[in-house]
Design a protein around this ligand. Structure first.
Ligand code: FO1
Length: 323
């Protein structure tokens, strides 16, 4: 049964995010909401251990975007990056297929060091985001490891091996999440809040970035139970993913790359889909799938677009922005 909540338009916003596209909307929400009104929960299925370091690409994409440090052209990592350490690693004969920039390396070193000292990923993420001047709460989906694994014709491999090492080229035959993970304290607290006003699923890849969050124990049930709008922003524009392998994944796994496939994938877990104007023609079909639909410009070229889309998403479900 779905719980009843206070709804005065001023409540708390829970955002679920992957990297890149999700991070842009997360930054937009942070630009228009006071810190106490927003919790950003980030996918950690892409995380892996590399060169003895704990790498959390999606957390870092969100943190860098909120801190205004992200490289918008590359889509990941820090702007004005240099690559001296990576070059030296290559000369030393160490793995250089996963590009770690000099500035970015500081993040991985600090996180790995603190975790080795016994801090949880939640605590480290709070510490490092505060260090970069972020007032909003950014937290992992879980403090336990839940690793996204990709099946290709060559067998199962770690997500980053497929995504970066193989450049997403091998067709995906299956996806699984290895490990057993419970909700991070921030996720559990946000879902239990009496003043929760909306759950926003950021425009991230449903299979690779949102499904790992849904695979955390208790999340699907809790999202089924919350009596607030659950609004997803489609990662498709003109039937295509802005970046990344979503188009190919939808074709391989869902039989077609359109918003109807996204809606089917989320099933009863969302009530509302925000789609781009270029995909307007599909709105009627989405209504027939039982969804509320908001049509707007979803492409985020810069921080103004991020804030504009954040306001549009909140406005669609009658939640007020602070700024
Ligand atoms: N993506 C790449 O395509 N190539 C890389 O070498 C690469 C390195 C990298 C280092 C740190 C980091 O936080 C992210 C990095 N990414 C890289 C992005 C990352 O693999 C993906 O964007 C996400 O995992 C998908 O959301």
């Amino acid at each position: 049964m779905r719980r009843s909540r206070k709804s005065d338009g001023q409540g708390h916003v829970l955002a679920l995010s992957g990297g890149v596209g999700g991070a842009k909307l997360a930054a937009g929400l942070a630009a228009v909401l006071a810190p106490e009104r927003l919790t950003i929960i980030v996918n950690t299925g892409d995380d892996f251990e590399h060169l003895g370091l704990t790498i959390c690409p999606d957390i870092d994409s969100v943190v860098y975007a909120l801190a205004g440090l992200n490289d918008t052209a590359r889509g990941w990592g820090v702007a004005d990056e240099s690559w001296h350490a990576l070059g030296m690693l290559g000369r030393l004969g160490e793995a250089d297929w996963f590009q770690l920039g000099d500035r970015d390396l500081a993040m991985h070193i600090a996180r790995s060091w603190r975790m080795r000292e016994g801090e949880s990923l939640s605590a480290v993420t709070a510490r490092l985001s505060a260090g970069l001047g972020i007032a909003h709460r950014v937290a992992p989906m879980s403090d336990d490891a839940l690793r996204t694994m990709i099946e290709t014709d060559a067998g199962w491999m770690e997500f980053q091996r497929w995504f970066v090492g193989e450049r997403c080229a091998p067709a995906v035959r299956g996806i699984k999440f290895e490990g057993e993970a419970g909700m991070s304290p921030a996720l559990a607290q946000a879902l239990a809040r009496d003043d929760l006003a909306v759950v926003v699923v950021c425009p991230s890849n449903p299979y690779l970035s949102v499904d790992p969050i849904l695979a955390v124990a208790g999340v699907r049930a809790a999202l089924g139970d919350v009596n607030v709008p659950r609004v997803a922003v489609s990662p498709l524009i003109g039937g295509k993913a802005v970046k990344g392998p979503l188009g190919a994944l939808l074709a391989d796994l869902a039989g077609g790359a359109d918003n109807a496939a996204i809606a089917r994938h989320y099933g009863g877990l969302i009530d509302h889909l925000v789609i781009d104007r270029s995909d307007d023609a599909g709105a009627e079909g989405l209504h027939a799938q039982g969804l509320c639909v908001t049509v707007t410009d979803t492409l985020m070229r810069g921080v103004e677009d991020q804030a504009r889309l954040a306001r549009a998403v909140l406005g669609a479900v009658k939640v007020e922005a602070d700024l």
